[in-house]
Design a protein around this ligand. Structure first.
Ligand code: FES
Length: 185
């Protein structure tokens, strides 16, 4: 029993040393995202349950949680990359890429689907060049599904940057997207 506890203590202190060494190296990194992540870890890693506070702080500072930050966080907290990645993907709040400048939400609920919502969704994918839950390659729009905007009587509906739009045809969507870029590029 005593031997097992000693072995366990050794393993955890070795893991802690490994984590600290990784953190020291990361703070000296020439990559700004890694150095910033390491500074946040140095500040927060010793508090109880540090992973979520660290993820929030990294996203706040960098705008997202890039892959290089995942590696740094995993090493400093003695977690696997898969564990950190699993938490990031579990919470919709966390992003692996910077947010797009604008957000297009297309209603995928029943009433809108019955009124041409599938065609509109296909058109949105094609116009933006990305699928749902992704950003357009130019970074202008993110495309997200939404399930009823309360505009069922005026389906199909979308929302752009929080503004609902009713009876949206593919042609109308093109105009709305172009106007969004003109007014707030
Ligand atoms: S189903 Fe689309 S707004 Fe209600």
């Amino acid at each position: 029993m005593q031997q097992r506890e000693a072995t366990s203590d050794l393993a955890s202190s070795g893991g802690a040393r490994g984590g600290q060494m990784a953190l020291d190296a990361a703070q000296a990194s020439p990559t700004p995202a890694i150095a910033a992540t390491a500074r946040i870890l140095a500040r927060l890693k010793d508090q109880p349950g540090p992973l979520l506070p660290v993820l929030h702080a990294v996203q706040h500072e960098l705008g997202c949680i890039p892959a290089s930050a995942v590696q740094t966080i995993a090493e400093a907290l003695n977690l696997s990359r898969a564990e950190v990645h699993g938490v990031i993907t579990f919470y919709p709040h966390f992003r692996s890429e910077p947010a797009a400048r604008h957000k297009l939400e297309v209603c995928r609920a029943e009433s809108c689907q019955a009124m041409g919502g599938d065609r509109l969704a296909d058109h949105a994918r094609e116009a933006l060049g990305c699928d749902f839950h992704a950003r357009s390659p130019d970074g202008n729009f993110s495309l997200e599904p939404v399930y009823c905007l309360g505009l069922c009587a005026q389906s199909p509906a979308v929302m752009i940057d929080g503004r609902p739009q009713a009876r949206v045809t593919p042609e109308k969507l093109d105009r709305l997207l172009a106007r969004t870029l003109e007014t707030t590029p």
